[in-house]
Design a protein around this ligand. Sequence first.
Ligand SMILES: [Zn+2]
Length: 204
Amino acid sequence: MTHTTTTVDALYTAARELAHMYPRLTQLIHETAGNPTDQDTKTPTQRAYMEPWNTPAGQLAHNIHTQVRRYETALNIRLFNTAKYRGTSDALTIQAFNRLAVLIDHAHTRHIDSTDVTDAEQLLLSWPRQIRLMLDEPLPGEEPWTKAPGNLCCPHCERRLELQPGWQHNPEAADVICRHCKDENGDWYRWVPSTWVEALQQPA
Ligand SMILES: [Zn+2]
C-alpha cells in the first residue's frame, strides 16, 4: 500500500463523511439562529432576514460551501480546461465534495503538482474534523482526552471520567473530569488527582 493510495482513500472517506455531516452542520445553524418553526408570528420574508450565517456554525458552513466550489472549479480548469457552474443547494455541495475527491485523485494520477491540488486536498481532509468539533463530536484521536483508569465513573451521570489532553505532562495535578455535567458556573465537574491515583493502585 503506497502513501498515495492511502491519501486517495482518505479523500473518498472524507467525502463520504461530509455527505452525512454537512447537512447536520446546516441544521445546527438553524437551531442556533432560532428555529423558524418556533417563530410562527414572523412572516417568511422576516425569517429570511434572520442572518443565520453570523453564527460560528454558519460561518464554517459558508466557508466550506464557498471553498469546495472554488477548488472544484480550479481543478476542473487545470485538468480539463473547462468549468461548470454548480448551484448553491446543500445537495449540490455534497456532490461537490465527492467530485473534488475525484478531481484530486485525477490530479495525483496525472502527477499534476500545484498548490491548488495540495490546498484542495488539505481542506477536504480537514472539513470532517472541523464539523465534528462544531457538532461537539470529536473522534478520540482528534482531541485526546483519556479515560480515567479504574473504570471511574461520574456519580451524577455514570459516564466514564476523563483526564484532560496533556495530563501526562503533569499527572500529579491532573483532575478527573466529567465532560457531561456542569456546575452553576458552567464548569465541568472535576475531582482531585488522588481520586484516580488511588483507583490505579487498587487491584483490578
Ligand atoms: Zn457526569
